[in-house]
Design a protein around this ligand. Structure first.
Ligand code: GCU
Length: 836
């Protein structure tokens, strides 16, 4: 009882896991007083599968939890009631709404005037959206009197899940699939219902549940039935199901379906095959949203196998879906492997090369789904020029909530500011304002369909994405797909209040961290438009700048001893800049008018090229990487100021990740600056690169049971070497006499935390244990792990405020485990204000 009072006073919930996301309906603090809210709810639909029914349930539950007020369902009388229903139902029950209301597809009207709350949807789904909007106001203690209509900017507001039927998720960092395991749909769909609830609350209307690298067996009768169960579970939330298809399914021997010898999209048998399968699916799922197709891309079969066009491939599915009202989202992510010795070769040109000639050939229910940039979800890319090259084709933008190239949820990166660089980009088609967000909404070219898709990849982890703070990206995605002009700072503030409570200091601190996060990540992971300099051949997580070049993937930097960057000009390069409308093309063609943050995307320059800031390219690289890592150090500190204001579990879990990020940002910084320092031979004007007066390299210490190890890539180890335990040692030791001046230090230890073993470490000073830790981050962090000593496994752990005297003996003991040989890189002694 006393414990309860304690938590009530401080407004802290007892145990929070993150499972409720931003829909916690936390009780308002007692310090707040509020006007009365109607005690009756009138639901103008009683069918349990209707989103209107769900809206009534949510309103009752939400008001009970947020305000502690019981509401009763009643019928008829509008006075002092919350009325929720469709416009048709409202009008037939009560007559017209007093004000004239402009409702578009799926929009809603919300009025709280005169002690009546009207939540009126253009359709059933709209009514549920309105109910969530009202509850979001209450949960944020916003009792203002409002009366407005809200309409979505675009009809397609989908999420994609890259879930495999075996339960794994491609580029997922929040655990296993909530949809699949062992080749089929899971029995318990509780998490699916909870996911649909979260998505509906921000206006998402469909989920494609399986990986774009699809498996034909999703089409077996058993799985179609499972799909039906998923659809039944999500239907009350107004969220439709969509399916990714494997193009060669007709020849894949799908259990229960005919097996053909061809998947040629123009073959009558193939056309019939897809027609039959589609009919079977619609029999079980009458409201299937449609199909998502990745074809003739990255090894996936497609129409090009038969010399058919991508439009012919897309229309095959469009025709099968058309009688049922379904849509095909056809991915523009089509490109071939290229040869880097060809100066004019450019993967960034691929989408326009493939799709522009097909403009006008796609059926009306096809939407071409275009990644925001022309390469692949990089930390910065120019807006894909394909948006400005399809005038007679529906288009949707593809965003990535899952942070594949942006820290895999173990780095804090609030993505909407990055997305806005594309959504707000003006293509200047015909020298007129033509924002990407207007193009995909269908406004610019008067298209019937279009909108948004985001790869989200939630999993069974109770945080959904693997990190509490990353959920802001999922929330913001829905809000922006509904209204791309909304202020991303305000969206984050709303999300913070809903997720962590109303304390202004909490909201301000978390939002401040969020706004600093993408610029910081860009600073330490690759800037000036060079792309995320991660390992593109392995995990896409840690640094590996040389992996970009000397392969056919076309994510090249063309870095050599004197120059770097891609020449994408028309005059001398790949011609990519010319794929934009003339004004934009001219801006990018000319180095003077190319913004610095995309300089290396468009131009191949000397390291000594001057930027508009007056700095050279190389010095900017050095400075930005130091600045970015420095900002990343402050995130854990900022978060720690919120101790006691956030419930324990979520506070501790996030702190662990932010501390990890602080260390890993230094791994990033050092790897990148060392790589360019080595290749260019140009010194850092500030003398930081390659100069580490506060470190002791493990390989320079007295080794017992440890041997030096040359790390690859070399720059992911300080001075290129680490130490690992001898093959047959059970415990290794590194030791040295300290020559730092006596004082208080934060001691950082850089080591490698590999997948496949949990080593134990102990640090002693003068034989006295001062710290111990284990290499077990794979149990806490969702990023793709590595079985090597490299930029993905490299980690720093820091122990604060340790007294050290000159002449002390420092020793670290390492006990290897599994394949992990207790690897150590260096120890760093940091006095206040020093970062090395
Ligand atoms: C990226 C990602 C792949 C994915 C592909 C796609 O390249 O790394 O895992 O399959 O995009 O979008 O199809």
């Amino acid at each position: 009882m006393r414990l309860l009072t304690f938590f009530a006073v401080f407004g802290l919930a007892l145990a929070e896991t993150g499972l409720d996301g931003w829909l916690r309906y936390a009780p308002l603090p007692a310090s707040i007083s509020w006007p009365s809210v109607p005690k009756h709810i009138v639901v103008l639909n009683t069918t349990k599968t209707s989103p209107v029914y769900t809206a009534g349930q949510e309103l009752q539950r939400g008001i009970q939890n947020i305000l502690g007020q019981s509401c009763h369902f009643s019928s008829g009388k509008p006075d002092e009631s919350i009325i929720v229903g469709t416009l048709d139902a409202y009008v037939s029950t009560y007559g017209n709404i007093s004000q004239s209301v402009d409702l578009k597809d799926e929009g809603f009207w919300l009025s709280t005037e005169n002690n009546i709350v009207q939540i009126v949807g253009q359709n059933e789904r709209g009514a549920l959206y309105g109910a969530f909007e009202y509850l979001s106001m209450l949960a944020q203690a916003n009792f203002s009197s409002v009366a407005y209509a809200s309409n979505p900017d675009a009809p397609i507001r989908w999420v994609n899940q890259w879930d495999n039927l075996d339960g794994s998720i491609e580029r997922g960092y929040g655990g296993a699939s909530i949809f699949f395991s062992n080749g089929t749909i899971v029995n318990n769909l509780t998490r699916v219902a909870e996911y649909a609830r979260l998505l509906a609350s921000v206006g998402i209307n469909a989920v494609v549940i399986n990986n774009v690298n699809a498996n034909a067996s999703i089409l077996s009768p058993q799985n179609i039935d499972g799909l039906g169960r998923i659809a039944d579970t999500m239907r009350p939330y107004g969220v439709q199901v969509g399916l990714s298809l494997y193009f060669a399914s007709p020849t894949s021997g799908v259990q229960g379906q005919a097996n053909l010898t061809t998947f040629d999209p123009l073959d009558p048998q193939v056309i019939t095959w897809w027609g039959n399968v589609t009919d079977q699916i619609y029999e079980r799922v009458p409201d299937l949203a449609g199909y998502l197709v990745k074809a003739s891309s990255e090894g996936q079969p497609g129409p090009i196998t038969y010399n058919r066009t991508l439009a012919q491939g897309a229309n095959l599915f469009a025709k099968a879906l058309q009688p049922h009202g379904g849509r095909v989202l056809f991915r523009a992510f089509v490109y071939n492997q290229l040869n880097e010795s060809d100066w004019k070769a450019d993967r960034a040109n691929a989408a326009v090369d493939f799709f522009k000639p097909l403009d006008g050939e796609f059926d009306e229910n096809v939407v071409v789904q275009i990644k925001y940039g022309p390469i692949d979800f990089q930390v910065r890319e120019p807006a894909s020029p394909l948006f400005a090259n399809l005038f007679h084709t529906n288009a949707a933008i593809e965003l990535e909530v899952t942070q594949e190239y942006l820290g895999q949820q173990t780095h804090l990166v609030y993505l909407p500011p990055l997305w806005n660089t594309v959504l707000d980009f003006d293509m200047r088609i015909d020298n007129k304002t033509s924002l990407v967000r207007d193009i995909i909404a269908g406004r610019t070219f008067n298209r019937s369909l279009g909108g948004y898709a985001a790869v989200v990849n939630v999993g069974t982890n109770q945080t959904w994405l693997g990190s509490h703070l990353s959920m802001a990206n999922c929330y913001a995605y829905g809000r922006l797909a509904w209204n791309p002009t909304e202020d991303t700072t305000k969206i984050h503030e709303d999300w913070s209040r809903l997720t962590f409570g109303l304390d202004q200091n909490v909201v301000d601190t978390i939002t401040h961290m969020a706004l600093e996060s993408w610029p910081a990540y860009e600073n330490y992971s690759g800037n000036l438009g060079i792309q995320t300099l991660t390992d593109i051949l392995y995990t896409h997580f840690g640094p590996n700048p040389q992996s970009q070049d000397n392969n056919g993937w076309g994510q090249w930097t063309r870095a050599d001893h004197t120059t770097m960057g891609m020449d994408r000009t028309v005059s001398n390069g790949t011609g990519y800049s010319g794929t934009y409308p003339p004004e934009v093309a001219a801006m990018y063609e000319n180095i003077e008018s190319t913004p610095d943050n995309l300089l290396l995307w468009f131009h191949h320059v000397n390291y000594t090229q001057k930027l508009k800031s007056g700095k050279t390219v190389i010095q900017h690289f050095y400075d930005a990487h130091y600045a970015g890592a420095e900002t990343a150090q402050t995130f854990a500190q900022q978060w720690q100021t919120l101790a006691g204001k956030i419930d324990r579990q979520r506070f501790d879990e996030q702190l662990y990740q932010l501390r990890y990020q602080a260390g890993h940002s230094i791994v990033w910084r050092d790897a990148i600056v060392n790589f360019y320092h080595n290749i260019s031979g140009i010194a850092d004007e500030s003398g930081r690169v390659g100069n580490h007066p506060h470190r002791i390299e493990a390989e320079s210490m007295t080794l017992n049971g440890y041997i030096p190890y040359a790390v690859s890539p070399p720059e992911t180890a300080s001075d290129y070497y680490a130490v690992v335990t001898n093959e047959n040692s059970t415990t290794g030791s590194v030791s040295t006499t300290l020559h730092f001046p006596s004082g208080t230090y934060d001691i950082g230890v850089n080591f490698y935390d590999m997948y496949g073993g949990i080593s134990q470490y102990e640090m002693l000073i003068n034989n006295k244990t001062i710290a111990s830790w284990t290499g077990d981050s794979e149990n806490y962090l969702g990023h793709t792990p590595s079985i090597y000593l490299d930029g993905h496994s490299a980690r720093r752990i820091t122990f604060a405020d340790i007294e050290v005297k000159e002449g002390d003996i420092l020793e670290i003991l390492g006990i290897p485990n599994g394949i992990e040989p207790a690897p150590l890189d260096y120890i760093v002694f940091l006095q206040k204000g020093v970062l090395d």
